[in-house]
Design a protein around this ligand. Structure first.
Ligand code: SF4
Length: 400
């Protein structure tokens, strides 16, 4: 109901140009190093491609105005983009929060250092098991041991670069003195970068007394970036792994685990999803909840993701129920986020195939407030939603 409330608030605001989305879901690459059995990408014919510099630069003045940019949301392993570091650095220089969803198999020492130093805000690691058998089988090309090793290494790097120093660095960058924009316009970029680096080094070597003062901050899990979480896709075949996964997450310093429902959108996944009612009575789930309470790794479960109500209703259903109770899709996405694909096509979400425009041809702001986008919003907020929303398994139906 909260989503619905937000949606109506935002809908009322749509008389004027709608404020820019809170979240940009950016597909910077379609490359992936794995072929996971439960992933729709494995069964599609998506060519491995990257978002070009020209397309990415079309969003540069938008980045400071949104709250979060999410990389690797739908498909693709962002670390495989040939200019990943540059893209990531620019996002951070613009003051935006960055969340990366990754399989963590490519999170080597260099990558970990870079992400922590530049201030990655959140890293979501897709992990479906705590023991190698199921993991190695479902994620063709990956090994659980590598992922665990990579997370441990990331934690060591986090301890070396306390959050406080990174906050100060970010503030300095935001102050404009060291903004990359300004650097690239008026100064010798290398020289200024050297100055920034030496400043960082000095900050890292704060006098001992000051370091002691901020010791609690340095060792507080909650105050170190990136926030680590695990996305666990529930399947009939791996639910028994959940208690061990909570224990493993606790040892790995993970902040929380999100339980997501399997989307049965490929031949392998069909019949493997766990329904909400089954999850509620599952003994492994209960065991995981107990361990979670003991070790403090939160289990985040969104009931609507498991609800059967998210599956398509027929036209007859909608028509019939609209006589008595009205049903609408409970989805805030077209008001709060947007999905931009590698070639610049803008979609309301990762599920909708409809292109609202292309950022290489139009300013993003014009697309976001275009008649087509607004029509989509109006329809979605009605009992007669767009066709893809009718079929969409990501959001549930609710009565109004
Ligand atoms: S297709 Fe699904 S996620 Fe996308 S706008 Fe419609 S209901 Fe929301």
């Amino acid at each position: 109901m909260t989503n619905l409330f937000i949606k109506y608030i935002l809908l009322n605001m749509s008389a004027n140009p709608l404020p820019l989305p809170l979240t940009l879901l950016l597909e910077i690459t379609t490359r992936c190093n794995l072929k996971c059995r439960h992933c729709a990408r494995t069964y599609s014919k998506i060519a491995p491609q990257d978002m070009s510099s020209q397309t990415f630069s079309r969003l540069e003045d938008i980045f400071p105005l949104v709250q979060t940019v999410v990389l690797g949301f739908d498909s693709g392993e962002s670390f495989l983009h040939p200019y990943f570091f540059e893209r990531f650095r620019l996002l951070k220089a613009k003051g935006v929060m960055v969340r990366i969803i990754s399989n963590a198999t490519l999170l080597d020492s260099e990558m970990a250092k870079h992400l922590v130093k530049e201030g990655l805000d959140s890293l979501v690691i897709s992990l479906e098991a705590a023991t190698p058998n199921f993991y190695n089988d479902i994620r063709e090309g990956a090994a659980l041991a590598t992922v665990v090793k990579n997370i441990r290494r990331l934690n060591r790097v986090k301890k070396r670069y306390p959050y406080l120093n990174r906050v100060l660095l970010m503030l300095l960058k935001l102050s404009g003195l060291f903004s990359l924009d300004r650097v690239s316009k008026g100064f010798n970029r290398k020289l200024i970068n050297l100055k920034v680096n030496s400043l960082v080094n000095r900050l890292a070597g704060l006098p001992m007394q000051l370091a002691m003062l901020f010791l609690p901050l340095r060792f507080s899990k909650k105050l170190t970036n990136p926030v680590l979480s695990i996305n666990f896709t529930c399947m009939k075949q791996n639910i028994h792994e959940l208690p061990s996964l909570v224990r493993l997450a606790s040892h790995l310093g993970v902040d929380f685990i999100v339980l997501s429902a399997l989307t049965e959108d490929n031949p392998w996944s069909r019949g493997r999803a766990v329904a909400w009612a089954t999850l509620q009575t599952n003994s492994y789930f209960h065991a995981a909840q107990k361990i979670s309470a003991q070790c403090g790794v939160k289990l985040v479960i969104q009931e609507e993701n498991f609800s059967l109500k998210r599956y398509p209703l027929t036209q007859a259903h909608v028509g019939l129920t609209s006589l008595t109770k009205r049903l609408i899709k409970d989805c805030p996405d077209p008001w709060t986020s947007t999905y931009i694909r590698i070639h610049g096509d803008v979609h309301v979400c990762c599920y909708s195939p409809v292109e609202m425009g292309n950022i290489n041809q139009q300013d993003f702001r014009d697309i976001w407030n275009s008649p087509a986008y607004n029509d989509f919003r109006q329809k979605l907020a009605s009992p007669d939603p767009p066709e893809e929303c009718r079929r969409c398994p990501l959001r549930r139906w609710i009565e109004i």
